[in-house]
Every structure is written in structure tokens, then in C-alpha cells.
Write a protein that binds this ligand. Structure first.
Ligand code: NAD
Ligand code: GLY
Length: 362
């Protein structure tokens, strides 16, 4: 059947197509939206082995030649060195402005390839073909692209919207279970901030969703997440206001990632723990109801728990001050009034933040 979500941004509008089997139809979709003779597929070595040949063959059926550039999997590829390697390859292959860059992979590839496309020749058309839960519900939609700097994550980047996003939930079937759970943290986040019925759906079926990535239930859930993200991005493309609510659970989650050197937890694992802290702060500061707190914490306790016993709350909290979302006026925190209703507050009392961090570590 399939679903389409429109991201409505005037001249930068684009569709997000979601359907099982779409990987084999990318060429056909491109002919309609972005005709070209040649496309460069950027991927990582894991995803290349699984899906690059199918994508290339779909392009060939639409008379589009393709080239594949593959980089090592993992966050370390979101670097200036790997970006320089992509530019070198683009130069060697004479990539022109009327050609296309296709990002095939998770959020690392989408962010890296998107930034390369945004900057090569001042902008080459760009298509996202995300293959992880996180990239299918979050990073492929909304146009944030970029790389890391040794002093912090995502510090170099821009807003560069894709022409098209093609989501094939079938690709999730090969994703390691830990990556599925990590993405599910972002899925349930959408329920917390914007849609109580999505929250209830995911909370009820969380084990089935984790056990069977790519099932028909997934198609519906992925589409709902993309719809919520599209609505938020449409009203705040440059992240100056409402878009901030996507950061629910991320303030202490990012601090936890930073405090552990970005190599002990997956992003979603840190966000799941960060949401525990944000729920407690919501209860203390926004009268988030006790019964909703208990139910939400029970859902989050089902997520795989990284070993955090050696960490100390007071040593994690200072990392919040270095979050790139901070301003000279301080940090904005996303809290909930109810499940499905988010609010942004400025700098909660420091002692409460420490207590929330303690809850997060328990
Ligand atoms: P990832 O891209 O590193 O992918 C995780 C792992 O899964 C990798 O080893 C990859 O090779 C493998 N993989 C990908 N698809 C697969 C598949 N279908 N089957 C088997 N293995 C597969 O990680 P991620 O969680 O997708 O993305 C994380 C990145 O996303 C971070 O760099 C983060 O900063 C970024 N991000 C960006 C935005 C944004 O708005 N641009 C939003 C959230 C996160
Ligand atoms: N992932 C957060 C954003 O797109 O703004």
C-alpha cells in the first residue's frame, strides 16, 4: 500500500515515501522528481554489502548510471577527513551539479553525504534512502546535515533539504537488535512530545516492534513519526523555536554521551535514560501527573539498560553547559505537561537537575 508524507517548505518541499519494497523503486521515483543521467550512492561498508547493488539496479532500470562510494561504518566517519575523501572522489569522478547524491544508510551517512552534497559545487541535488530506525524517523527528514568536530558532535553543518526521502521498512530486518531499540527511543519520544495515541501504540507493542523490525505495524508508525517531524520542521525549519521540542530527553542524554566519551552508549540508549530524567523534572516542575510518570518509566525500563553504575550524577550535569543547543542565556529544557504535550523551559533549578540525573543513572 504505502504512505507519503509531504514536507511543505515552499520551493524546498519534498515527499517522504514509506513502503515495504521501495528500495527497488528508487529509480522510478527519481525519474518523476529528479531526472538525471548519473547518481553517486554514498553508503557505509555494512549497508553497501546489503543494499547498494539493489539500489544501483533500480537506478539502472530507470537509465540512471550509478557509482558507489563507501566509507567505514560508525560515527568516526562523520569527520573532516572522511568529508575530504568524498570531495576527492567527487573531483575524480567529475560529479556535476546536474547529477545526484544518494545517501544510503543510517544517520551517519545521511548527515555526511548531505553535507557533502550541500557544499560540493555550492549544492548538488540530494536524496535520502535511510536504513536505520533512527534515520527513518528522524535524521532523513528536516534537512540537518553535518559532521563532527573534535571539540563536539555536529558542530559543522547546515540546513540542506533533500529532494526526496525513500523509506523501505524492509531494510530494518537486517538491523542489529540494539540499533532497533536505540531507534525506538526516538519513536517513543514523538509520542511523548506530540501524540498520546502514538505513545500508547508503541508502549503496548514495544516488544513486538523490537522483535520484528519491518513488520506492517512499522510502516504505520514510521509514517506517523515522519508526519510529526514534518509538521514541526514546517513551522520552524531553522530550529529557532518549536523544533527544539525534538530535543526531549536529549539534554541530559547528550551530557551522558559526552561524559562517557561517546563510545559507551548508542545515541538512543542515552536518550532513553535522558527521557527518564526529563520525565522526573516534568513531574517536579510542570505537575506531570504521577500515574503518567509511573507508566512512562515502566515503558522506558523495558529498553536495554547500559551499565551506568560507575557514573556520578554531579559529574555528568556540567556537560549540559557545553551542549550546542545552549545559548548565551543558558539551556532550554523540554518537559511535558502531559503525555503528548511538550513545553520548553529555561534552566531548571540546578539541584533538581542533579536529582533528575540520579534517577537517570539508577
Ligand atoms: P549509523 O548510521 O551509525 O548506523 C548504525 C549502524 O547500523 C551502522 O553500523 C550501520 O552500518 C548499520 N546499518 C545501517 N543500516 C543497516 C541495515 N539496514 N541493516 C544492518 N545494518 C545497518 O547510526 P544511526 O543511529 O542511524 O545515526 C546516528 C547519527 O545520526 C548520529 O551521527 C547523529 O548525530 C545523527 N542524527 C542526525 C539527525 C539529523 O536531524 N540530521 C537526527 C538524529 C541523529
Ligand atoms: N533531530 C533533531 C532535529 O532534526 O531538529
Amino acid at each position: 500500500m504505502g504512505r507519503t508524507v509531504e514536507v511543505k517548505l515552499g520551493a524546498r518541499s519534498y515527499p517522504v515515501h514509506i513502503a515495504c519494497g521501495l528500495l527497488d523503486r528508487v529509480g522510478e521515483l527519481l525519474v518523476e522528481i529528479a531526472p538525471c543521467r548519473r547518481a553517486v550512492i554514498i553508503t557505509d561498508d555494512n549497508v553497501r554489502a546489503l543494499y547498494a547493488a539493489r539500489l544501483a539496479s533500480s537506478l539502472a532500470q530507470a537509465q540512471i548510471d550509478s557509482l558507489v562510494i563507501s566509507v567505514p561504518p560508525g560515527e568516526s566517519s562523520k569527520s573532516l577527513e572522511t568529508l575530504a575523501h568524498l570531495y576527492d572522489e567527487f573531483a575524480r569522478l567529475h560529479v556535476r551539479r546536474d547529477e545526484l547524491v544518494l545517501a544510503l544508510g543510517g544517520g551517519v551517512i545521511g548527515d555526511l553525504a548531505g553535507f557533502a552534497a550541500a557544499t560540493w559545487l555550492r549544492g548538488v541535488r540530494f536524496v535520502q534512502v535511510p536504513t536505520t530506525v533512527l534515520s527513518q524517523v528522524d535524521s532523513s527528514v528536516g534537512g540537518k546535515v553535518g559532521i563532527n568536530h573534535p571539540s563536539g558532535k555536529n558542530l559543522i553543518g547546515s540546513f540542506y533539504q533533500p529532494l526526496l526521502v525513500v523509506i523501505d521498512p524492509d531494510t530494518l530486518r537486517t538491523l542489529p537488535s540494539a540499533e532497533v531499540w536505540s531507534g525506538l527511543a526516538e519513536v517513543i519520544k514523538y509520542g511523548f512530545i506530540a501524540d498520546r495515541s502514538l505513545y500508547e501504540r508503541v508502549a503496548t507493542d514495544i516488544r513486538a516492534l523490537a522483535a520484528e523490525p519491518g513488520s506492517s505495524l512499522w510502516e504505520e508508525i514510521l509514517a506517523r513519526c515522519c508526519e510529526i517531524k514534518a509538521t514541526i520542521v514546517q513551522s520552524d525549519e531553522r530550529d529557532l523555536g518549536l523544533r527544539h521540542i525534538l530535543n526531549f530527553g536529549h539534554t541530559l542524554g547528550h551530557a551522558l554521551e559526552a561524559a562517557t566519551g561517546y563510545n559507551r552508549l548508542r545515541h538512543g540508549e542515552a536518550v532513553a535514560r535522558g527521557m527518564v530524567a526529563a520525565l522526573w523534572l516534568s513531574h517536579w516542575l510542570r505537575a506531570f501527573p504521577e500515574e503518567e510518570l509511573e507508566a512512562s518509566l515502566q515503558v522506558l525500563e523495558q529498553f536495554p539498560r547500559p551499565e551506568l553504575d560507575d557514573l556520578v550524577a554531579r559529574e555528568i550535569v556540567p556537560h549540559v553547559a557545553h551542549d550546542k543547543k545552549g545559548t548565551s542565556a543558558g539551556q532550554k529544557w523540554v518537559l511535558l505537561d502531559r503525555i503528548g504535550s511538550a513545553t520548553v523551559i529555561q534552566d531548571p533549578p540546578a539541584e533538581l537537575v542533579v536529582q533528575a540525573a540520579e534517577k537517570m543513572l539508577r
